[in-house]
Design a protein around this ligand. Sequence first.
Ligand SMILES: Nc1nc2c(c(=O)[nH]1)N[C@H]1C(S)=C(S)[C@@H](COP(=O)(O)O)O[C@H]1N2
Ligand SMILES: [Mo]
Length: 310
Amino acid sequence: MQRWTGPKLTYADVTPKAAWLGRRAFIAGAAALPLATRSAAAATLQGKTSKWSIDEAPTSKADITSYNNYYEFGFDKEDPERYAGKLTTKPWSVVIDGKVGRPGTYGVEDLAKPGALEERIYRLRCVEAWSMVIPWIGVPLADVIARAEPEPGAKYVAFETVYRPDEMPGQRSVFGGIDWPYVEGLRLDEAMHPLTILATGLYGEPLPNQNGAPIRLVVPWKYGFKSIKSIVRITLTEKQPPTTWNQLQPREYGFYANVNPNVSHPRWSQATERVIGAGVFAPRRDTELFNGYADAVAGLYSGMDLRKYY
Ligand SMILES: Nc1nc2c(c(=O)[nH]1)N[C@H]1C(S)=C(S)[C@@H](COP(=O)(O)O)O[C@H]1N2
Ligand SMILES: [Mo]
């Protein structure tokens, strides 16, 4: 059996689950286990390695799946893990419509075909000033959009999360003032950028519900709230679509939401971030412009005032 497809080993390929507790545990655990045991723990969702992955140790699977923002299941970080199990994710389809030549309804397996999956190890920076490194499995959004054949008038892409108040307690709550379903959007060129993916897995397994199963957006150079979970509709539009956090607090959350250490949130600095899993005594990390992806994406915003278009 082929255990990896590229020259670079991936964490999902070689890391036994028992050792998914951080880098030191990984090194000690992996070295202590025979090769057969390691391959027995191999991924159930294989993704080809990608040049877009960063070379940083991922946050532990335990932290990635227990410290979440998914307001449909509650406002506390532990709520999504506790309550998201109720969400039915099979079958699941995604409508692609709007300014496209080939609108349609697609199953998740069709949008993210097993043979097309890639592993993308990305930094995730939440607007709340904490960060993780997550080994996603997914496909470039550009490929999905190209199949739908965008029309010349298409300038933006709107995304919508499932609306299912019977399975999502947060959608039954009037607190917080969110107008469900959660919606997000990108400019078409941002959506077509090779870093932008639709993820269906992490750590070599299908996405846990709390992380946005069965399919969610990941845009690593933007604050985490842009990376909308459990998507049921993707619509190409001519006008900039409304987005949930911008509608709720337009002064605090913009449409662009590019990670930027120089533009503070009105209520806190964005200059540094707390690294989840690094321990209570670890220093905060300096936040990087575009979350460290400036070389790849700064060109999308040339000539734009990033203070105005926050
Ligand atoms: N539908 C939906 N998508 C969402 C959210 C949400 O509350 N609802 N939270 C966002 C925020 S604020 C962040 S930081 C990321 C967190 O993703 P993770 O829990 O997989 O780390 O999901 C984003 N996507
Ligand atoms: Mo976030």
